[in-house]
Design a protein around this ligand. Structure first.
Ligand code: SF4
Length: 264
């Protein structure tokens, strides 16, 4: 067990701790939202996590105590802890200490990542996760840069590396009509999967506008009005494109990137 002093002297920037999450891994989960993100997705539902703020500093002791208070729910439902953000790997030391703590307790650990990290430096931490939700925003590098502010080369390389290293991965695709509902987008994903012989499920996360009010509070322009929630028919169409290529895909409605029920 880690020294008490490590728990008390290790700090991270945590924007929220959300209990009773049910879409971000098996069972009932506590989701810990790290602040700080290298991307600026034009549809982001959590713009408040882009930058770390002084008032968000939390000791590892406080964070682990809050998570442990939910242990009975995790145990009864075979749930666990999900590390989300922002981008958790941006605070690698804190993530390392936090996952080491819960790993020793035998907790089920899930990571939600945008994939923009240094694989070699992160591997000793990544391998503690039972499940990784790995975002795939676009396989076209020019469009990826336009939509998120960053090139996708490292992200795609990391996805391949994580799968080859044996991590259990679910590839998460945010679905915005018309960006992701066009066949050309699905074709790009299918070619990428085929090129590297990837085997992973795809989870489609339909875009929503529940985060719009956060943009108002932060005095930031809201996501483009042209971005629409995909219809059920469009989602079914995407699933059938993937299915034809023997890639399993399904729709999810993760609430972790809305984080309405803030428990601090
Ligand atoms: S959607 Fe996720 S990866 Fe993109 S800017 Fe928001 S927090 Fe970062």
């Amino acid at each position: 067990m880690q020294e008490m002093s490590t728990l008390d002297k290790t700090y991270g920037y945590i924007s929220n701790i959300q209990h009773f999450s049910i879409h971000d891994g098996p069972g009932v989960r506590t989701t810990v939202f790290f602040s700080g993100c290298p991307l600026r997705c034009k549809w982001c539902a959590n713009p408040e996590t882009w930058l770390s703020k002084e008032e968000e500093v939390m000791s590892l002791m406080t964070m682990t105590d809050r998570v442990k208070s939910q242990a009975i729910f995790h145990r009864m439902t075979e749930g666990g802890i999900t590390f989300s953000g922002g981008e958790p790997t941006r605070q690698l030391h804190f993530l390392d200490e936090a996952t080491a703590f819960f790993y020793k307790l035998g907790k089920h650990l899930t990571l939600e990542t945008c994939g923009d990290f240094n694989f070699e430096k992160s591997w000793s931490v990544l391998k503690r996760f039972d499940l990784v939700y790995f975002d795939l925003k676009h396989t076209d590098s020019r469009l990826h840069r336009h939509l998120t502010g960053k090139d996708n080369t490292i992200i795609l390389e990391n996805l391949v590396k994580c799968l080859r290293a044996g991590l259990k991965i679910v590839v998460r695709i945010p679905v915005i009509d018309p960006i992701h509902t066009e066949k050309a987008f699905c074709d790009g994903v299918i070619s990428f999967f085929k090129k590297y012989m990837l085997s992973a499920d795809i989870e489609l996360l339909p875009f929503h506008r529940l985060g719009d009010k956060k943009y108002d509070l932060l005095k930031l322009p809201r996501p483009d009005k042209a971005y629409k929630t995909p219809s059920d028919l469009q989602l079914e169409q995407m699933i059938s494109y993937f299915k034809k290529e023997k890639i399993r895909a399904y729709v999810s409605h993760s609430d972790s990137h809305v984080s309405c029920d803030v428990v601090k």
